[in-house]
Design a protein around this ligand. Structure first.
Ligand code: OOB
Length: 525
């Protein structure tokens, strides 16, 4: 079996209590486009164009038929690598209508990630830009196709109209079928594939809308890469569309690019990672050149938002702050609008659903009553396994997901995220696997041994420091040399080490393992 289902008794409860419904992704669009009150409203816009619900629906119908004509149908896996633009939404909903399985690649992924993802998923096609200034996505897709036999079609997201065909009936998906494959933040080198069903994911979208007050007046501005779980569904793109609101896609999160769009479309809500929240806050504190008065809510998540920054966001941007602690595997926590200001600033909120179950355990898996402890969770929208059952140790024997996050509770019952037990660096929301970078460093002839750790950084939260024992102590490798070698090996830019420190030996733990903790502490001392 490719995916472990929920235990029958939980499934029965979720169905009986209406947590899981018969709604499928395509319903979001058809419900609005066939409703005269909504058909003519703007569903999606970017800097170039805007589509009403009716227009989007019509284009999706033509594209879905075009996909089917090319053999893209039920269960076909299709890797998306599309920068934020209306075409992403068109491709996504057309794949859903054709009952194919989109995989949410990120624009920043490079060869090493995409080959791993395409291979693990058995992807049949890649949809990405064929000719855009800046980066040659097509050349990357060709490199992937050359290495992964299942990939037989490369589709240009800027030429989707060329695929159009007269609409056909694709049948209806089962709500408990998989709807797409999300990617993990990645504690291993290649992101893991996260199988999400229509029923589980749409529950999280509906519930997020309730918690975050999303309605048909919501204009959600997307500045994070739209395939990421945070802007996709917390409540994000799907929340806004479910409510009959508007999604506005900015292809750059920089205030100079995003704020004119925010102003023009009167955006009301945006989700940011902490480094962007800092940039937006500082820019506003220095005098914003744009009218941001439509903005009501700024959500911050993906990595720990420093309290000092959290305090400044609301006043600087004239908004209400909401902290979001979530994961593509499921569980999403929010601070609530009625919460005490101190709770909003210093905690990462609480689970969106009373159906979410949480427990804290120690390193041996024993329950701890008083935090901090490792967070484990199960619930109606948290997966029970990765695709094809990889990384089984990420799940406890009873199926609960081991988040790897060390958390504790505030007296008011909100979660405070203290860090991670595993060796994952959170570089402003982009997750870097120490192990993967080490593997590549070790392949360099000038490197004898390498350990990669996080170093605290005021701007990104964490940056990457590579400790290296050189092969030849007289000729230690330089940072630029290592970076260019890793780039050449196909590693994404954000994974390249920010600093290199040369050592003769590594500190060891009591049993003789390399002590990452000691290395980390050396950096903070
Ligand atoms: C979100 O999802 P992923 O899958 O990229 O990363 C999940 C991990 C969490 O396990 C945690 O380590 C970290 O990212 N994280 C946070 C955090 N939000 C996520 N750590 C501290 N404070 C926070 N507020 O990053 C994601 C998915 C849905 C909504 C929001 C974020």
């Amino acid at each position: 079996m490719r995916v472990t289902p929920w235990p029958p008794e939980l499934r029965a409860q979720y169905l009986a209590d209406g947590v899981w419904t018969d709604q499928v992704f395509d319903d979001l669009l058809t419900a609005r486009s066939t409703d005269p009150a909504f058909a003519g409203r703007i569903a999606v816009a970017d800097a170039e164009r805007a589509l009403t619900y009716a227009e989007l629906d019509e284009r999706v119908g033509a594209l879905a038929a075009g996909f089917a004509a090319r053999g893209i149908g039920p269960d076909t896996r299709v890797l998306l690598q599309i920068p934020n633009c209306v075409a992403f939404i068109e491709a996504l909903f057309a794949l859903w209508r054709a009952r194919a399985l989109p995989i949410f690649g990120l624009p920043a992924h490079r060869e090493s990630e995409l080959v791993g993802i395409a291979r693990a998923a058995g992807a049949a096609a890649i949809i990405s830009p064929a000719a855009r200034p800046g980066f040659d996505y097509r050349a990357l897709a060709e490199t992937v196709a050359a290495q992964v036999d299942s990939v037989t079609q490369l589709i240009d997201c800027d030429g989707l109209e060329d695929l159009w065909a007269p609409p056909i009936d694709h049948g209806r998906a089962d709500p408990e079928d998989l709807g797409f494959l999300q990617l993990s933040g990645g504690s291993t080198g290649t992101p893991k594939l996260i199988p999400r069903t229509h029923a589980d994911y749409l529950y999280s979208v509906r519930r997020s809308n309730e918690v975050c007050g999303v309605d048909d007046a919501t204009v959600y501005l997307v500045v994070l890469p739209c395939g990421h779980n945070f802007p996709m569904s917390s409540p994000g793109i799907l929340g806004a569309l479910h409510a009959g609101g508007t999604v506005v896609l900015a292809d750059s999160p920089a205030p100079s690019a995003a704020w004119p769009l925010l102003e023009a479309r009167r955006a009301t809500m945006v989700g940011l990672v902490p480094p962007l929240a800092r940039l937006w806050t500082e820019t506003a504190e220095n005098g914003a050149a744009h009218d941001l008065s439509s903005l009501r809510t700024v959500q911050v998540g993906g990595a720990r938002c420093p309290d000092e920054l959290a305090r400044r966001i609301g006043p600087a941007l004239g908004v209400e702050l909401q902290q979001v602690f979530g994961m593509a595997e499921g569980l999403v926590c929010y601070t609530r609008f009625g919460d005490d200001e101190d709770e909003v600033v210093t905690t990462q909120g609480r689970p969106m659903s009373t159906w979410d179950q949480l427990r804290l355990v120690d390193e041996d898996g024993a329950l701890v009553t008083d935090g901090p402890g490792f967070l484990e969770t199960q619930g109606p929208y948290t997966i029970r396994s990765y695709w094809d059952g990889v990384s089984p140790s990420s799940f406890a024997p009873d199926g609960w997901y081991r988040t790897g996050d060390v958390v504790e509770f505030s007296p008011a019952g909100n979660l405070i995220v203290r860090g991670r037990g595993t060796d994952r660096i959170n570089r402003g929301g982009e997750k870097v696997s120490a192990e993967q970078v080490e593997e590549h460093l070790l392949a360099h002839p000038a490197v004898r041994d390498a350990i990669v750790v996080a170093v605290a950084d005021q701007y990104l939260g964490e940056r990457t420091c590579a400790y290296v024992i050189p092969a030849d102590p007289e000729a230690p490798p330089k940072l630029a040399e290592l970076r260019s070698s890793l780039r050449g090996a196909g590693l994404a830019e954000w994974k390249l080490p920010d600093t290199v420190k040369i050592l003769e030996t590594f500190p060891e733990t009591g049993v003789g393992k390399v002590s990452r903790r000691a290395l980390r502490e050396a950096l903070s001392g």
